[in-house]
Ligand binder design. Structure first.
Ligand SMILES: NC(=O)c1ccc[n+]([C@@H]2O[C@H](COP(=O)([O-])OP(=O)(O)OC[C@H]3O[C@@H](n4cnc5c(N)ncnc54)[C@H](OP(=O)(O)O)[C@@H]3O)[C@@H](O)[C@H]2O)c1
Length: 331
């Protein structure tokens, strides 16, 4: 199998480090790896495939000879540097929100819309972490019963806010209240009904992402989504309560079977035994875990489910590496 020259932009961040780990775990065919971050990290060394690799400062010329670049350094960095990568002939797989809603940029979750990968013009966008796990669980249901409306509440890990979010929780749990703050309030022993900034309509940008990205990935602009995104003091992954209304009648055994058969979903649904998805179990795993399945008695056809995934893996690094794998396979 041909090997590829790969770059990881944002290599020192939570997602970037997970990307390096996932590339190695999945035996991605890497001929060389370039680890890129800000000037602050230049010269640091990070392990990959049994050797230490020096982190370099990201510059416009970083992409010479690079075939695939996995970006996870924020939207501003992607907007500035992804065009340089594309001009060098590099395929960019971007984890930030910079290009997700651009018409010429596919927004891909391989289990849902793999075919969109091959429509790219140099950039493929990785969706928002909360959206990824929700659409993986929704796809087999949408195909069979057509989703009309979704009401979702998220319980999002501090790791979704990068290393500063994780550090704030760790410092507050240790009793230190003077460190740099990522969140507008304490996160230890607290929950914040705010992820990202508020927009004029009272919803946050994260909530808007869940609406718009779900429609784009599912290829259906008629799906109605109402999201409330909440930050919670956990680090294993994001949890979501997802209430779905369908156009056609379904039964619970049928829904269970559709989810059980779908790649990337693991059903954990035995509530009498206290078996349901939780972030402590999803941590460091790739599937999307679904449980607490029940009919919604308030609509003609609808269900409520509990969906959990490791946001750093399926919500970011694993999904990005899967896109690269599918691109290689399908070229
Ligand atoms: N965390 C998640 O669950 C998640 C999920 C999906 C998508 N994402 C997206 O992935 C991106 C990274 O998230 P994260 O959680 O990994 O954040 P993070 O832990 O804060 O890491 C940020 C990374 O970006 C690098 N960086 C910052 N400014 C830079 C610059 N000017 N030039 C080059 N590199 C720069 C940092 O390098 P230094 O170490 O040198 O500062 C670091 O490697 C964000 O766009 C985020 O929205 C995150």
């Amino acid at each position: 199998m041909k090997s590829h020259a790969v770059a990881v932009v944002g290599a020192t961040g939570l997602v970037g480090r997970k990307m390096i780990q996932v590339l190695e775990e999945r035996k991605f065919p890497v001929s060389s790896i370039r680890l890129l971050a800000s000037r602050r990290s230049a010269g640091r060394e990070l392990p990959f495939a049994g050797a230490e690799h020096r982190v370099e400062e990201l510059t416009p010329s970083s992409f010479k000879g690079v075939e695939i670049a996995l970006f996870s350094a924020g939207a501003a960095v992607s907007k500035e540097f992804a065009p340089h990568a594309v001009r060098s002939g590099t395929l960019v797989i971007d984890n930030s929100s910079a290009f997700r809603m651009d018409a010429g940029v596919p927004l891909v979750v391989p289990e849902v819309n793999r075919q969109d990968i091959f429509t790219h013009h140099g950039i493929i966008a990785n969706p928002n972490c909360s959206t990824i796990q929700m659409v993986v669980a929704l796809k087999p249901l949408h195909d069979r019963w057509k989703v009309r409306r979704i009401v979702v509440a998220t319980y999002q890990s501090v790791t979704g806010a990068g290393k500063k979010g994780l550090t704030q929780l760790e410092q507050e749990v240790a009793g230190c209240t003077t460190g740099e703050k990522k969140f507008p309030h304490a996160i230890a022993f607290n929950i914040l009904p705010q992820v990202d900034v508020f927009l004029d309509d009272g919803y946050t940008r994260e909530e808007h992402k869940m609406v718009n990205e779900t429609r784009k990935i599912m290829g259906d602009n008629d799906i109605l989504v109402n999201a409330t995104c909440v930050r919670v003091p956990v680090w294993g992954g994001h949890s979501e309560s997802v209430n779905v209304e369908f156009e056609r009648p379904c039964t619970l055994p049928e829904v269970r079977e559709a989810l059980r058969c779908f790649p990337g979903v693991v059903l954990q649904d035995d509530p009498q035994q206290c078996i349901y998805p939780m972030p402590v179990h999803a941590w460091e795993k790739d599937p999307v875990f679904v449980g607490r399945l029940r009919m919604d008695p308030t609509v003609p056809s609808g269900i409520t489910m509990w969906v959990v995934a490791d946001n750093l893996r399926k919500g970011a690094a694993t999904n990005a590496v899967q896109i690269a794998e599918e691109w290689i396979k399908g070229r």
